[in-house]
Design a protein around this ligand. Structure first.
Ligand code: MN
Length: 129
C-alpha cells in the first residue's frame, strides 16, 4: 500500500531520479513536473499529499510556484518542502515566506529528507481522519 502521493517539481533529471528512488523505496508514489507552471497545474489536477519543489526552475521559479499553489483554495492545504541549493539564510526565509512548510538543502541528506516527509505525512494522515 502506498504511503502517499508526492509531486516532485524539479528540472534536473539526476536530482529527480535520486529523490524518486529514496521516496519510492520508502513506500511513496511519486510524479514529476519539470517547470513552475507544470508543477502548479499538476498540483491542481492530481492533488498530491505533499509537494517537493526545487526553487530554481524554468519559466516560473519555485517561490512563485509555491505562492500560486498556496493561493489556490484547492491546493492551499498541501504541505510543500523546498529542496534547493540556494542555502543562504535569505533563501530559506524567502522560501518560508512564500509558503513552504519546510526547507531541505542540496546536496540532499536523504535521511533528513525522509524524516521531514514522514513527519509532514503524519500530519496529513491525522487531518484526513
Ligand atoms: Mn533547478
Amino acid at each position: 500500500m502506498s504511503k502517499g502521493r508526492i509531486l516532485i517539481i524539479e528540472d534536473n533529471m539526476d536530482n529527480h531520479e535520486l529523490i524518486r528512488f529514496f521516496l519510492e523505496r520508502d513506500g511513496y508514489d511519486t510524479f514529476l513536473a519539470m517547470t513552475g507552471p507544470e508543477g502548479v497545474q499538476a498540483a491542481i489536477k492530481q492533488l498530491p499529499d505533499l509537494i517537493l519543489v526545487d526553487l530554481a526552475l524554468p519559466i516560473m521559479d519555485g517561490w512563485d510556484a509555491t505562492r500560486a499553489i498556496k493561493a489556490d483554495p484547492k491546493t492551499a492545504h498541501i504541505p510543500i518542502v523546498a529542496v534547493t541549493a540556494r542555502t543562504m539564510p535569505i533563501d530559506r526565509s524567502r522560501a518560508l515566506m512564500a509558503g513552504c512548510d519546510e526547507y531541505i538543502a542540496k546536496p540532499i541528506d536523504f535521511g533528513a529528507l525522509l524524516r521531514v516527509v514522514n513527519r509532514l505525512m503524519e500530519r496529513v494522515n491525522r487531518a484526513d481522519k
